[in-house]
Write a protein that binds this ligand. Structure first.
Ligand code: URA
Length: 461
């Protein structure tokens, strides 16, 4: 086989065989296929797409490019969650300790920032000492001891995805449904959890900007997960504005910790409780969502989720004093407030641009080799629907490199639209797709009607 021919084949929209896909994945991993050919191939996939069969083959080739974790040494059903990527999305840092505090073993393999979105591993590394790179033995031992582990991809787990992910991040080849589905599901399958809860984001800060695209991505991932024998469910959630108020790395860890302390923003808490409730029902720890929600809120109220997070930090080598004193986390020394340029209401936020503003401040990577400034980030003071007076602070920006403030402020200013009429509130959760069926809430009627139940319809019920 020749990579040139396969790039050409995909460029013309032809369907690749399982053998060809596996050859590309293994060739890139071994270094026989160089970055420039892989980049061209990924761009061809972005432009011409892949069908479900090709996507499943790509997922399996990446999952099997390394080890498939055997978690049988850990008792009980293991749960995992994954987001398709958002801005200000620190849900993992809240959900995992809540679920683990209730005795659900959480095995979480997380990623780094991708495109305009942040990554859990980058965020966690802002806690001094915390190790995100564990061997398989250490990973299993950590879950047995603590009930949860959050690690980056090891060299052994889905290494092909790791290499392709880093390339996509810098070649504008992120926002393709097949590439996202296969990237996420290859990691989830390799990481070995029995129950997988997916958070599929939709809106201006998501890779899938419309509800329709998000549903298509969710269905594809649920299909792949169920085919691999994992109980998989996808929650479709809103990303038309950042989740919570903090966007960056250390600043998001701070907000997640405050949420565990019971002082978090409502939208973030609601997203966390919803996602975690599917983990609990999936493993059988709660009989229904109502019971799960009650149990989860209890872990915030009694402090057990915060204690679990501190234990996790400690046992993965981090300094847990930061959990009890999050104000000590890194914060950029150069600070600038963005004043409102006119009065009115926040009517829309280009959330991807908010993510790019954080990148410009130093919170993301411009190239594969870039180093992250953990103290870079921003705190939004105004969100959708909020009223704004001229000159009032819309957001506060942080960085350690003063020269970055000007461009980032301009970018953030352009991300906001202020208008005379308040924006309609968005429902945060649009629906849920499982292997048994789906319930999607209509974006227009907002929670008023359940408009779809595919499997019941297809079974003629
Ligand atoms: N998260 C991933 O792990 N991969 C993607 O492609 C997008 C989000």
């Amino acid at each position: 086989m020749k990579m040139y021919d396969l790039i050409n084949k995909k460029k013309h929209g032809e369907i690749l065989t399982a053998e060809e896909i596996s050859w590309i994945v293994n060739g890139y991993l071994s270094g026989e296929i160089p970055d420039y050919q892989m980049s061209a191939f990924l761009m061809a996939v972005c432009l011409k797409g892949m069908n479900v069969r090709e996507t499943t083959d790509l997922t399996m080739a990446m999952a099997h490019s390394g080890d498939i974790l055997d978690l049988s040494a850990i008792e009980g059903k293991k749960a995992d969650k994954h987001s398709t990527g958002g801005v200000g999305d620190k849900t993992t840092l809240v959900i995992c300790p809540m679920a683990a505090a209730l005795g659900v073993p959480v095995v979480k393999m997380a990623g780094r920032g991708l495109g305009h979105t942040g990554g859990t591993i980058d965020k966690l590394e802002s806690i001094p000492g915390l190790r995100t790179s564990l061997s398989e033995e250490e990973f299993i031992a950590q879950v047995k001891r603590c009930g949860m582990a959050i690690v980056g991809q090891t060299a052994q787990l889905a290494p092909a995805d790791k290499k392709i992910y880093a390339l996509r991040d810098v070649t504008a080849t992120v926002d393709n449904i097949s590439l996202i589905a296969s990237s996420i599901m290859s990691k989830k399958i390799a990481a070995g959890a029995d129950v997988i809860v997916l958070d599929v984001k939709t809106g201006s800060g998501a890779f899938m900007q419309t509800l329709e695209e998000a549903c298509a991505l969710a269905r594809l991932m649920v299909q792949i997960g169920e085919a691999a024998g994992r109980r998989t469910c996808a929650v479709i959630s809103d990303m038309s504005q950042p989740l919570g108020y903090a966007v960056g790395n250390a600043i998001e860890v701070d907000e997640a910790i405050r949420t565990l302390m019971g002082q978090g923003p409502e939208d973030l808490l609601e997203a966390c409780i919803t996602l975690a409730s599917y983990m609990l029902t999936g493993v059988g720890r709660a009989k229904d969502e109502a019971e799960a929600r009650k149990l989860l809120m209890g872990t915030i109220r009694d402090g057990s989720a915060l204690q679990k997070f501190a234990q996790f930090v400690r046992e993965q080598g981090g300094d847990d004093s930061y959990v009890f004193h999050p104000e000590r986390l890194p914060e950029g020394s150069c600070v600038c407030e963005l004043p409102a340029w006119e009065g009115g209401y926040v009517t829309s936020i280009r959330t991807d641009e908010v993510g790019m503003a954080v990148q410009e401040l130093g919170g993301g990577r411009a190239t594969k080799e870039s180093r992250i400034d953990f103290g870079a980030g921003l705190k939004l003071c105004k969100k959708l629907g909020d009223s704004v007076k001229p000159g009032e602070t819309v957001a506060v920006l942080y960085t350690n490199e003063e020269e970055k403030l000007k461009d980032a402020s301009l970018r953030l200013r352009n991300a906001y639209t202020i208008g005379p009429v308040p924006a309609e509130g968005k429902s945060h959760i649009y629906g849920v797709i499982t292997g048994d069926g789906e319930t999607i809430v209509d974006e227009v009627t907002e929670n008023a009607a359940f408009i779809q139940n595919r499997d019941q319809e297809s079974r003629g019920q």
